[in-house]
Design a protein around this ligand. Structure first.
Ligand code: FE2
Length: 279
């Protein structure tokens, strides 16, 4: 495991809140102009970034929560970095089931791009790896859970609030086909979280739809993809015609998370709604 996976990255929050943007499931293809269910994923990502520039001019850090490349191709990560750098050089990536960690590391301009922990203001942001090589579904495993426990103990000692990020969803969301892919050891994950009252939120990608719930006072958040969306409450794979979007999060010093999703409303996007699947 590279050294960067153990290092802590510090980010200067320039305001009295930490201003975070999450871009997830960008699914960039090998070459510019590649499509997912008929949608040009470079075009949709640039449209989302233009929206972020308009709505969130001061971004402290950007989180890319997996499925950043559709097929784990190196050129996709090189373009990803150029896109993300338009918003801030403080952008951090974690892998999803479509990603290649090796290609991500090779393409990243900084070792810190794939760090496990960020400190910003009164906040600790943890980036967990739920990817299982060769599988669509997610799992954390002993290494990630032990890291989580250790990091949360330090946060407790230092009085930090924590936002935990990963790719796969740790809860049932009501889409049968996606629920089969949730984090397989989610029960053990929540046992760790429940020991640590400083955890304020859990943030993930993978489900290509907006979720905002509470569990034991912890905010559970999922977000739209920057390209194709999935229909909520669907037993089988079903794409949705909602536009590409992103989530912003303002992390307050007192532990509050202010957050919302925003979508690109002024552009028409093509999506093959009758497709049987995308995996
Ligand atoms: Fe995805």
């Amino acid at each position: 495991m590279p050294q960067s996976r153990h290092a802590i990255q510090s980010v200067d929050a320039r305001h009295d809140v930490v201003r975070v943007v999450q871009l997830t499931d960008t699914h960039l293809c090998h070459s510019r102009g590649g499509t997912l269910l008929g949608m040009d994923t470079d075009h949709s990502l640039q449209a989302v970034i233009d929206l972020v520039k308009k709505e969130r001019p001061a971004v402290d850090l950007l989180l890319g929560t997996g499925d950043l490349a559709d097929g784990g191709a190196g050129p996709a990560y090189e373009r990803l970095q150029q896109y993300f750098d338009q918003l801030t050089s403080d952008n951090y990536w974690l892998p999803g089931n479509h990603d290649s960690r090796a290609k991500m590391e090779a393409a990243a301009s900084s070792d810190m791009r794939l760090c496990r922990e960020i400190r910003a203001g009164c906040w600790q942001i943890l980036l967990l790896d739920s990817q299982v090589h060769g599988q669509v579904g997610g799992s954390l495993g002993a290494t990630e859970l032990e890291f989580l426990e250790r990091a949360l103990q330090i946060a407790l000692q230092q009085g930090l609030h924590t936002l935990v990020c990963l790719h796969h969803q740790p809860v049932v969301i009501g889409c049968d086909w996606l629920d089969q892919q949730m984090v397989s050891d989610a029960a053990a994950f929540f046992v760790v979280l429940d020991r640590h009252p400083g955890v304020r939120g859990v943030l993930w990608g993978h489900v290509h739809q907006e979720i905002d719930r509470q569990r034991n006072g912890v905010r559970l958040l999922a977000s739209p993809s920057t390209c194709v969306q999935f229909a909520a409450g669907s037993a089988k794979f079903k794409a949705d015609d909602q536009p590409p979007g992103y989530r912003w999060l303002d992390l307050h010093n007192d532990g509050r998370i202010e957050t919302a999703v925003s979508r690109v409303r002024d552009t028409k996007f093509v999506v093959e709604l009758d497709s049987g699947g995308y995996l």
